[in-house]
Design a binder for this molecule. Sequence first.
Ligand code: GMT
Length: 377
Amino acid sequence: MKIGIVCYPTYGGSGVVATELGIALSKKGHKIHFITYTEPARFDILSENLFYHEVVIPNYPLFQSPPYVLALASKMVDVVKYEKLDLLHVHYAIPHATAAYLAKQILQSEGIDIPVVATLHGTDITLVGKDASYEPVVAFSMNQSDILTAVSEDLKRDTLNLFSIQKEIEVVPNFIDLTKFKKHKKDHFRMAICPNGEKLLIHVSNFRKVKRVEDVILAFDKIRKEIPAKLLLVGDGPERQKTENLCRQLGACPDIRFLGKISAVEEVLSVSDLFLMPSEKESFGLAALEAMACEVPVISSNAGGLPELNINGVTGFVSDVGDVDDMAKNALIVLDDNNLPTFRENALKRAKEFDIDNILPLYEELYQRLLLITERV
Ligand code: GMT
């Protein structure tokens, strides 16, 4: 199949899922055309089946902000026509589903029917999409796509509650490449951080408000008062300074290391004992799945789709949003040497259910169905 993939090419979860999906499909022989404003992170440019089409957004003094959706729709039309694509798969509703609708209409006027799959990732629905400034356009665009998917049952429910959707929403969860995300032997790194056998906790995020990084610090501060422990914070974003200030107030800085944005996350996960994800909202929690694949159990909130991934009492624990006492209490249970090996084993076992080899065929089946509906095969 010749598939056009549209996504945010930056280091967000939706961009990672879209890029990994494209790369995996290309390895199975599909021709994958990425249509984005910059080359996606993790893009394997050397593959004969991968193509990248840059969306150039010309500016003009009249525009307060460049009209990206128009440039994107125009590029989609161009690529569909000249690369003879079979379908478009757009990730993140805003503005990709809308640009796809525009492109579809333009192509239809020229006698070309291009089917569209739109995948909802979370913040496009729960944070940005429901804002009145976007809501009518987002709802319309979702209803106009040929197949609509969401990354968890919870996101499906949220979408149906927040928008008037006439379409069936199919759930296709996030996935993981277990050849990359696995326990790597990096003991020297662990020794450097935890020279006295401390337990090592980790949080990975984009430090946005929705991640509640302050809860990570508050829970960790309780844990370190009970057992020797260190905390690694991976990533960067708007809440970073506030988080550092809290560490200082609590006098916890000597036990906390800010690593910033690092590319080999799997290596630091490999030496960690526990992953913390106290998010306010989380449609799936890809970062937690990456941790589990590296045999790291998870203490998370029970927000969004997290309880679908993190099985309470099995792969870790879930608590109410903001209940840092419960998170700390549960963390101490997991970190107990009598329990940790079992939690590690369970985390890996659960992660294996989301192996890319299990999830990829779900997307391929969905594409086949779409082509049959539109009579292309
Ligand atoms: O988590 C983020 O802030 C990034 C965001 C994105 O859209 O790139 O991630 C969302 O999509 C991921 C991939 O489907 C999910 O695993 C994340 O849970 C989801 N984030 C939220 O719902 C907050």
